[in-house]
Ligand binder design. Structure first.
Ligand SMILES: Cc1cc2nc3c(=O)[nH]c(=O)nc-3n(C[C@H](O)[C@H](O)[C@H](O)COP(=O)(O)OP(=O)(O)OC[C@H]3O[C@@H](n4cnc5c(N)ncnc54)[C@H](O)[C@@H]3O)c2cc1C
Length: 380
C-alpha cells in the first residue's frame, strides 16, 4: 500500500478520497463502522463565520471551495450539501457591537460578512425572536449530512481502487530503515509507505502507539433532534457567544444556541461543550439548558417535540487547531486529527493537503501552524 488511513470518519474519508484521486493505492482501516465515531455524533456545519482570522480560517475558506467542488462533482444530494448561509444573532447591544467588530476583521480576510439590523434578521429568519439587537449574515456557510458525506467520499475512493476494512483495529506499527513500514491490525499486518492518523478523538492513542504523541482530548457535546417540521429555520443560526465558547479552554460546561434545519425536516439544536472524558451518560441538566436557550431564540420551539438527543466527543487539541502534516519524529507518519468542533467542515481541505504531502507536492496552505511536534510541553 502507498497509504494506510487509520479511521473511516469524515476526515479519514476525505484523506482517502483525495489520495486515491492523486493516483495512490489506499487502504482505510477502522475498528468500528464507517462514520461510527464522532462523525456520527455531531452536526454538519461547514463554517467560516465562527473563525478568527488566522490559520484555521484559511483552512476553512480552502475547505469551503473544495466542498463546493465536491458537491458539483458528485451531486449535492449525495452529500446533502446545502449552501444555506449562516446567521449570527446578538441579543444585547454589547453583543451586537462585538459581533460587528468581529465581522469587520473577517471581511478584511476574505469573508463575506454582512451586518444586519433587527428588522433584516426578521426577514432572514421569520420565526426568530424579535428580542434581538442585530446580527451578521455569512453567505459562505454551508451544511452537509456528515455520515452521508463520509460514506460518499469513501464510495468515490473505492471506485478509484481504495479498500475499506471496517471492524479492524490498529494495534501498532512496525518501522524499518527509520520510517513507518507496516500497520499491525487485528486482521494481520498491512505494509504501508505512509500512515495517516485520522483517528479523530483517538488520534492521541494512535500517535502514542507510533511513538510520536500528540495531545487530543475529548470535548463532549449534546445535540437535540426535533420531530420533522416544514422549513422553519432557513439558515444555520447561532448566537454571538458561540464563538467565545468554541475558543474557550475551560473544562466546565459551556452552552450557546446553535440551531439548524436538515433535509429530513428535523431541527438540530446544540451546542454544549464540556471536558468530562469519554462519559456517555445522558445529562438532563445539559439537555434542558440547550432546549431553554433554543426556545429563547426561536420561541415556536416551545411547542415542538423532541425525537431524541445524542452526544459526541469533539477531538480537542489544547490550542484548538488540528494536527495536520508529517511527523518529523516518525517519518512516514502523517497526522490528520484533532479538528475539535470543525472536523466536518475542515475535512475537505485537510484531505487535499494530506494528499499533497504524501504525493510530494507543495501543499496549497502553509502547514506550519498545524505541525504535529508543536506540543512539547503537553506531551512531556
Ligand atoms: C455535538 C457536536 C457537534 C458538532 N458539530 C459540528 C459541525 O457542525 N461542523 C463540524 O465541522 N464539526 C462538528 N463537530 C465536530 C466533528 O463531528 C468532528 O470534528 C469530526 O467528526 C471528526 O472526524 P474524524 O474523522 O476526525 O473523527 P471520527 O469521526 O471520530 O473518526 C475516527 C475514527 O477512528 C477510528 N479509530 C479510533 N481508534 C482506532 C484504532 N485503534 N483502530 C482503528 N480505528 C480506530 C474510530 O472508530 C473512528 O471511526 C461536532 C462534534 C460534536 C460532538
Amino acid at each position: 500500500m502507498d497509504v494506510v488511513v487509520v479511521g473511516a470518519g469524515m476526515v479519514g474519508a476525505a484523506c482517502a478520497y483525495f489520495c486515491a484521486e492523486a493516483g495512490l493505492d489506499v487502504a482505510v482501516v477502522d475498528r468500528g463502522a464507517v462514520a461510527g465515531g464522532t462523525t456520527s455524533g455531531g452536526e454538519g456545519n461547514i463554517l467560516v463565520s465562527d473563525k478568527e482570522p488566522g490559520a484555521e480560517l484559511d483552512l476553512a475558506l480552502y475547505s469551503v471551495r473544495l466542498w463546493t467542488e465536491l458537491g458539483e462533482r458528485f451531486g449535492a444530494e449525495s452529500l446533502e450539501l446545502q449552501h444555506k448561509g449562516g446567521v449570527v444573532v446578538a441579543q444585547t447591544p454589547e453583543a451586537a457591537a462585538g459581533l460587528a467588530k468581529f465581522a469587520a476583521r473577517q471581511r478584511e480576510n476574505g469573508i463575506g460578512a454582512t451586518d444586519v439590523s433587527a428588522a433584516e434578521l426578521a426577514e432572514l429568519e421569520p420565526n426568530l425572536t424579535r428580542e434581538v439587537s442585530g446580527g451578521a449574515y455569512y453567505p459562505q456557510d454551508m451544511q452537509v449530512q456528515p455520515m452521508l458525506a463520509a460514506a460518499e467520499l469513501l464510495r468515490q475512493a473505492r471506485r478509484r481502487g481504495t479498500t475499506v476494512h471496517s471492524g479492524t483495529e490498529v494495534l501498532g506499527f512496525r518501522q524499518s530503515g527509520g520510517r513507518i513500514a507496516e500497520v499491525e491490525t487485528s486482521a494481520g499486518p498491512i505494509p504501508a509507505r505512509w500512515v495517516i492518523n485520522a483517528a479523530g478523538t483517538w488520534g492521541g492513542e494512535i500517535s502514542a502507539l507510533a511513538g510520536a504523541p500528540v495531545p487530543v482530548l475529548p470535548r463532549r457535546g449534546f445535540v437535540l433532534v426535533t420531530e420533522p417540521l416544514p422549513i422553519v429555520v432557513r439558515h444555520k443560526v447561532y448566537t454571538a457567544d458561540y464563538v467565545a465558547n468554541v475558543a474557550s479552554g475551560d473544562e466546565g460546561l459551556e452552552t450557546s444556541v446553535v440551531v439548524e434545519g436538515t433535509q429530513a425536516g428535523t431541527v438540530l439544536i446544540g451546542a454544549s461543550r464540556e471536558r468530562v472524558g469519554f462519559d456517555r451518560t445522558f445529562s438532563l441538566p445539559v439537555v434542558r439548558k440547550l432546549a431553554a436557550q433554543a426556545i429563547g431564540v426561536f420561541p415556536f420551539l416551545a411547542d415542538v417535540s423532541l425525537l431524541r438527543s445524542y452526544l459526541g466527543f469533539r477531538p480537542y487539541c489544547p490550542d484548538h487547531l488540528p494536527v495536520i502534516g508529517e511527523d518529523p519524529r516518525v517519518p512516514g507518519l502523517v497526522h490528520a486529527c484533532g479538528h475539535e468542533g470543525a472536523g466536518i467542515g475542515l475535512a475537505a481541505g485537510t484531505g487535499k493537503l494530506i494528499a499533497q504531502v504524501v504525493s510530494g507536492t507543495t501543499p496549497d496552505l502553509d502547514l506550519g501552524p498545524f505541525r504535529p511536534d508543536r506540543f512539547a510541553e503537553e506531551v512531556a
